[in-house]
Design a protein around this ligand. Sequence first.
Ligand code: FE
Length: 144
Amino acid sequence: MADKVDKTEEEWRERLTPEQYWVTRHAGTEPAFSGTYWNSKEAGHYACVCCGQNLFGSAEKYDSGSGWPSFWRPIDKERVEMRSDTTHGMSRTEVVCSSCDAHLGHVFEDGPEPSGLRYCINSTSLKLNEEGANHELEQEPSTS
Ligand code: FE
């Protein structure tokens, strides 16, 4: 694994828009059906808006009806980490970027086959890169 991206709160605040900072660094949630990508059908990679690591692919994106971009799996399981989240009176599993700890969203067990998982991700946490849409699943992150 690549080294963790480690920046101070102040550095993140300078690099990100206020909404990006709130969602990714303070586990905010954008309103449903409000984000850039909930209904996006473009081919490409969805990268972490904070560190640029490619996290999800358009090929695994599906319409969950939730109003948030939904994927049934990440590009590679090493690229995200799961954490127990008991805030807001709920028991959920938080999904964060494995490289920079950005809050991405949550994962639920009501997704489609074959994984049965629904990665419910904030558009705000993502940046779509339309080039290189033909990623290979389970490929290790390239070193550059
Ligand atoms: Fe990241």
